[in-house]
Design a protein around this ligand. Structure first.
Ligand code: ATP
Ligand code: MG
Length: 509
């Protein structure tokens, strides 16, 4: 083999970002920063504080907080076992006894959370180990020794030897967990929190749908469930979108009744009965949902289901008096605040603890993934997670989609240029150039200082490519005479400035 061929084969693998994830790059990231800055500012004016929960949490938290029946929990979470560090990572055959004893202890102390399945799995692995141990004593002469050892490896691998954790698919459950963990019910109520950051769902990637995506969200926990709270939260959201310059936003609202009380339960029963009658005409997903989550059928986007859905009973006609009053008051409060809304009786959130107000905002330029925000009231959630009975309402904005929509409507920023490019030549000029760069940067100008000497022609070409506004030309002549040349690149005009005049001249230009 020739040397070239060897080299070719050894060429290192080229890596690419994992499917459904992406790099956010300049200049787009400037738009992301601007949007996030706007969120910080607008939310602060409404009295919200920022919370930064961890990116992974116990799987159990999401299973409860998001709901085991949802697509998110049943198939979209990134979950792994965070192995207890009290266990040897690779126990040898010789130390298996000690290993299993240790596992038992950790199960008992709760260090490794367990359920019946784990107990059973451990028992199977231990029994298998005893079998293999006997075989070892016999010098592994039995014909089945290989198979038994293989089985031991399989059973050992299947053991869950640590905490099951998941990358967060959303943050509401985390915020509620934090509210409980830090006894925030002792603070003045309600507690108003917002967050921003990446979420992870194993969905089919497409425009506006990624496996790592970003949300900006807010939650109000505690206090009363006064309709003004719902309305002010939505007002804040619309103010934020407005300040971002988002075009063509449409707010849809609905009330889905009271979960604990009669109206929602009665409605779901009515809906289910009706759905059973038209079951044959529905697609497989909707058929399945009749059992698991009938409200979600209303969500269906399938063309052929639309005429059927139009005939289904509507929750607005089935609300109890309390819920009806609450919904009417939310609408009134929105009107007071000049927030324009549309009612959409099909807008639901599929989870039991969502109740009363639900809302969604769509924006333009996004095709079928046009929802930029979803939210709703969830008075039962904190209690479901082991906290005191607590009112709650919140929303989550899809930041990727928000950015896409802004880009589609021409709000994307252009590449960031430089204010000053310093073209220098010669050892004397180098020291002067470094000094000038420092002075200019301290005053807030963005400065490009080439690390190695370049001919002036090349330097000016580079300055042009970077979109610099001015070039500061420093050669031996300039340094000796103390008269520097400042060139405006747009029109090619030049002027002479002294070191003392430099800042002043630039600030006036
Ligand atoms: P969709 O119906 O679009 O799947 P969802 O009901 O799953 O949305 P929520 O869980 O309410 O969405 O999340 C709130 C917002 O987060 C959505 O309105 C959307 O803008 C954004 N979002 C959700 N999933 C993704 C994703 N995989 N990629 C990008 N943005 C997403
Ligand atoms: Mg989804």
């Amino acid at each position: 083999m020739s040397e070239g061929a060897v080299k070719k084969e050894e060429k290192p693998r080229k890596f690419q970002a994992i499917r459904g994830t992406r790099d956010l790059l300049p200049p787009e990231t400037a738009l992301w920063s601007r949007v996030e800055q706007t969120a910080h500012e607008v939310f602060a004016t409404f009295g919200y504080g920022e919370i930064r929960p961890p990116i992974f949490e116990a799987t159990e938290l999401f299973a409860r907080g998001v709901g085991g029946d949802t697509d998110i929990v049943s198939k979209e979470m990134y979950t792994f076992v965070d192995r207890s560090e009290k266990l040897e990572p690779d126990p040898s055959i010789g130390s298996m006894n000690v290993f299993f004893q240790k596992v038992r202890e950790l199960f008992k102390s709760g260090e490794i959370p367990t359920d019946e399945q784990d107990e059973a799995a451990l028992k199977i692995a231990e029994d298998q180990w005893k079998k293999v141990d006997d075989l070892l004593e016999g010098g592994l002469k039995s014909e089945s020794a290989g198979t038994e050892i293989y089985k031991l490896v399989l059973f050992y691998d299947a053991l869950r030897l640590g905490t099951r954790v998941s990358l967060r698919p959303e943050a509401t459950a985390s915020v509620c967990r934090a509210y409980i963990e830090h006894n925030m019910q002792q603070l003045p109520q309600p507690v108003k929190l917002y967050y921003m950051g990446p979420m992870f769902r194993r969905e089919r990637p497409q425009k506006g749908r990624y496996r790592q995506f970003y949300q900006i969200g807010a939650e109000i926990l505690g206090g009363p469930d006064a309709p003004a709270i719902d309305a002010e939260l939505i007002e804040m959201l619309m103010t934020f979108f407005d300040k971002c310059g988002l075009q063509g936003t449409e707010l849809s609202i609905n009330s889905i009744g009271h979960a604990a009380d009669n109206c929602r339960r009665d409605y779901v029963a009515k809906l289910k009965a009706k759905l059973e009658k038209v079951k044959d005409k529905l697609g497989a997903d909707s058929q399945r949902r009749i059992e698991t989550n009938p409200l979600r059928v209303l969500d269906s986007k399938l063309e052929h289901e639309q005429p059927i859905i139009a005939t289904l009973p509507r929750i607005a006609d089935n609300l109890c008096d309390d819920c009806k009053t609450h919904y009417a008051a939310v609408k009134h409060e929105l009107e007071l605040r000049g927030v324009i809304y549309r009612e959409n009786w099909r807008l639901v959130r599929g989870l039991d603890y969502y109740m009363r107000t639900t809302f969604e905002i769509t924006a333009q330029g996004l095709g079928s993934q046009n929802a930029v925000c979803g939210g709703g009231r969830y008075d039962g959630l904190v209690e479901l997670l082991g906290g005191p009975p607590t009112k709650g309402i919140g929303f989550a904005i899809g930041e990727d989609r928000l950015i896409l929509s802004l880009q589609e409507s021409g709000k994307a920023p252009v590449a960031q240029g430089r204010d000053v490019y310093i073209a220098w030549m010669g050892e004397n000029a180098r020291a002067t150039a470094v000094r000038a760069a420092k002075t200019l940067r301290n005053a807030g100008f963005s400065v490009e200082l080439p690390p190695v000497e370049q001919k002036f022609g090349k330097a000016l070409g580079q300055a042009d490519k970077l979109g610099a506004k001015y070039a500061l030309i420093l050669g031996d002549n300039e340094v000796t005479s103390g008269e520097w040349t400042l060139k405006t690149l747009a029109d090619g005009t030049q002027r002479k400035v002294s070191e003392q005049q430099l800042l002043d001249s630039l600030q006036k230009m």
